[in-house]
Design a protein around this ligand. Structure first.
Ligand SMILES: CC(C)(COP(=O)(O)OP(=O)(O)OC[C@H]1O[C@@H](n2cnc3c(N)ncnc32)[C@H](O)[C@@H]1OP(=O)(O)O)[C@@H](O)C(=O)NCCC(=O)NCCS
Length: 158
């Protein structure tokens, strides 16, 4: 793992994290996210996601993800975000390692994530973690091209 994010505490997402995430998410992304961050990822799918916080309890990042119902060997990252102050220090990688380790423990052998082609940090992030991506035109509808990234589990050791 790069940087000093090893000092952050990671745990499964809880329903009570939703309002705390709402408070920061648009600031952290830099644009509105609307219902892309739906409450059900906290209320119903929370135990699959990851919450990362500083020793004092301030949020540092979170990941919304699930194990596919249609393909139970597939773990799927819906979104992940790191507080600007924590970027470039391994927090994003920490979120993925926690999520992937738990998913592998539940029998997943693959992990998939999407990235908007213009989001250079996200594209590079996935490539660096060993994901292979293919661009899918219109994946999310008109003007919704996405790079679909996938790789096997478990992740390689840091
Ligand atoms: C994408 C994101 C989660 C990465 O989090 P992070 O904590 O900075 O990631 P890490 O410190 O673990 O970085 C690992 C790698 O990601 C890549 N990366 C991270 N930020 C980058 C940037 N600004 N430009 C290019 N590559 C970047 C690098 O390859 C980096 O490794 P390196 O420094 O050894 O080259 C963070 O930038 C973020 O929250 N962005 C806004 C939300 C977003 O785009 N989420 C993803 C789509 S849902």
């Amino acid at each position: 793992m790069t940087g000093d994010a090893a000092g952050l505490a990671a745990r499964a997402l809880r329903d009570a994290d939703f309002p705390r995430a709402r408070e920061v998410v648009e600031d952290w992304f830099g644009h509105p996210v609307g219902l892309v961050m739906h409450r059900l990822f906290f209320d119903q799918l929370g135990p699959s996601g990851v919450w990362l916080e500083e020793p004092g309890g301030a949020p540092a990042g979170f990941l919304l993800g699930l194990v596919s119902e249609r393909e139970p060997d597939l773990a799927y990252v819906h979104m992940h975000v790191v507080a600007p102050a924590w970027r470039g220090r391994g927090a994003g990688e920490r979120l993925y390692r926690e999520f992937c380790a738990r998913a592998a423990g539940r029998g997943c052998v693959r992990v998939r994530a999407l990235a908007a082609p213009a989001r250079a940090a996200s594209v590079r992030f996935h490539e660096r973690l060993g994901f292979a991506g293919r661009r899918e035109p219109g994946f999310l509808g008109p003007d919704g091209d996405r790079i679909v990234f996938e790789r096997g589990l478990p992740l390689d050791p840091p």
